[in-house]
Design a protein around this ligand. Structure first.
Ligand code: GLC
Length: 491
């Protein structure tokens, strides 16, 4: 498995959780998994005891040679993580690239990422070769998101038949990130069609569209929900990749992500004030009061508390929340937002917090501890994303008894269905189109239902008992791996 993030080493979003928990489940099913990750400077600072695999290998591409140190960590039986190190690309602290200060805690930079992950790609290719020389032969490579998108292309062009015929599954977690920097800012004359060899001349590197090349060269492609797999064939969600995706639609699948319930479970979660499950729902209230107290809100059991847990970026539907906030603040409710991201949103919500200190709070920075406390302490999880490939918060929140209110899109639509008080069916509140009126209707329905404790508890219980474990998704991935292997054999 090749990726740029993996919990607990390096995480900005859901990708990191997937790269941690899918391998774990595959290993449980008797497979062996090796993960390749960049050895970011801050990971080197953490306490993981890594061993040296190769102290110095030379990575050659574009007529230049780069030194690389590869370390590894045996996480469990059958699961090893290799860390790809290079001082220039993943090393130093507080270094400068032009005017940009790249600080060591960040995974990504604005300007240099194509070069960094180009190096990473060639280093992973070298790792595969080195491991093969020691008789570690892989059945399949699974690459994630744009940072690993070039690998299928580089493997296909390899002179080594083992690498050239390597079966590759490529997973798209989010089409808005296709390369380092913003793909939509690339002038059309410089846009990468992906149809020729990897352009290695320095002046062309910043324009390589990694994801487009991943889609064109992988044997099998998938996204992280069935609905998003359909949506991206359409210009509205395809982010200009709909053409190449349509071409590959025979090989395009959707698999919803799972949740690791040994970690995300209010019964075992050490981050929350009082553990609970569906038999001890009353204990959830202690978590609610603790959250209210910590956020400076009015402490009361019966005021509905809505939580939002996501990066503060446009995708997550913050625009709708901004447009409706004044109306919302007139209702009997509380709203807490946890997340990091763009300054515009931060500034806006800081002002709201000043104006309504007893009803609203913005929690930042994001920590795993706060994330757990949000799910455990809130009654409802607000997730009005404009688009959402899968979404993990809504799945975690169900288990913690926080009822999702979501926009009917991508993975949100595959996992959350409207509650019908007459039939008792459904596990949340869904609004069918991305408008503030429909968002308000969904929130109002949730608030009305909340007034009827019997109906509400029924809804909460059902959500808590649902399982979105990795059991089934992992089986589906194994089926895709087998498909990729079979396809290669036919070629
Ligand atoms: C991306 C998507 C999110 C998905 C996650 C893991 O962050 O935006 O919807 O859950 O990847 O696949």
């Amino acid at each position: 498995m090749v990726a740029s993030e993996m919990t607990p080493y390096a995480k900005t979003g859901g990708l990191a959780d997937v790269v941690q928990s899918l391998p774990k489940e595959l290993v449980r099913k008797g497979h062996k998994v090796t993960v390749a990750l960049p050895h970011y400077g801050f990971v080197r600072q953490q306490e993981y005891v890594t061993e040296i695999f190769r102290d110095r290998v030379s990575i050659t591409f574009g007529g230049a040679m780069y030194p690389c140190r590869i370390k590894y960590l045996k996480v469990a039986k059958g699961l090893t993580v290799f860390f790809i190190g290079n001082e220039e690309f993943f090393g130093k602290f507080n270094w400068r690239v032009g005017n940009e200060r790249r600080d060591n805690m960040r995974l990504y930079s604005e300007t240099e990422d194509n070069m960094r992950f180009l190096f990473f790609t060639y280093a992973v290719k070298e790792l595969l070769r080195e491991l093969a020389a020691e008789n570690t032969i892989f059945d399949v490579v699974h690459a994630h998101d744009w940072q690993a998108g070039l690998l299928p292309n580089v493997l296909r062009k390899s002179k080594d038949p083992y690498l050239r015929h390597m079966p590759v599954v490529y997973t798209l977690h989010n089409l808005s990130y296709q390369m380092g920097g913003s793909w939509w800012k690339v002038p059309s004359a410089k846009q990468d069609t992906g149809s020729n060899g990897v352009p290695l001349e320095m002046r062309r590197v910043p324009f390589i569209n990694f994801m487009r090349r991943g889609i064109l060269n992988a044997d099998i492609i998938n996204t992280v929900s069935e609905r998003y797999a359909r949506e991206i064939l359409d210009p509205e969600f395809g982010q200009k990749l709909e053409g190449v995706l349509q071409k590959r639609s025979q090989d395009l699948y959707g698999i919803i992500n799972g949740i690791d319930y040994s970690v995300h479970n209010p019964l075992f979660d050490g981050n929350i004030v009082q553990k609970f499950d569906w038999n001890s729902l009353n204990n959830k209230l202690r978590n609610k009061r603790a959250l209210q107290r910590r956020c400076g809100l009015t402490v009361a059991n019966d005021i509905p508390l809505l939580g939002m847990v996501n990066r503060l970026v446009e995708q997550k539907g913050l625009q709708l929340v901004m447009e409706t906030i004044e109306v919302l603040m007139k209702q009997r409710l509380q709203l807490v937002i946890l997340g990091e991201g763009e300054k515009t949103y931060r500034d806006f919500f800081r002002k709201v917090e000043k104006k309504y200190p007893k009803k609203f709070a913005l929690l930042t920075p994001f920590t795993n501890e706060r994330e757990s406390r949000m799910y455990a302490g809130s009654d409802m999880l607000l997730m009005p994303s404009r688009f959402e490939p899968c979404g993990i918060s809504q799945l975690k929140s169900l288990r913690y008894g926080s009822v999702p209110i979501v926009h009917e899109t991508g993975g949100l639509s595959d996992t959350i269905t409207n509650f019908n008080p007459k039939t008792g069916r459904g596990n949340g509140f869904v609004f069918p189109a991305y408008t503030r009126e429909l968002l308000l209707v969904a929130i109002t329905r949730a608030l009305e239902t909340y007034k009827y404790p019997a109906a509400w508890v029924h809804l909460v219980w059902k959500g808590m008992q649902q399982s979105f474990s990795w059991e089934l998704p992992a089986k589906k991935y194994i089926a895709l791996y087998r498909k990729a292997i079979a396809k290669r054999k036919r070629i």
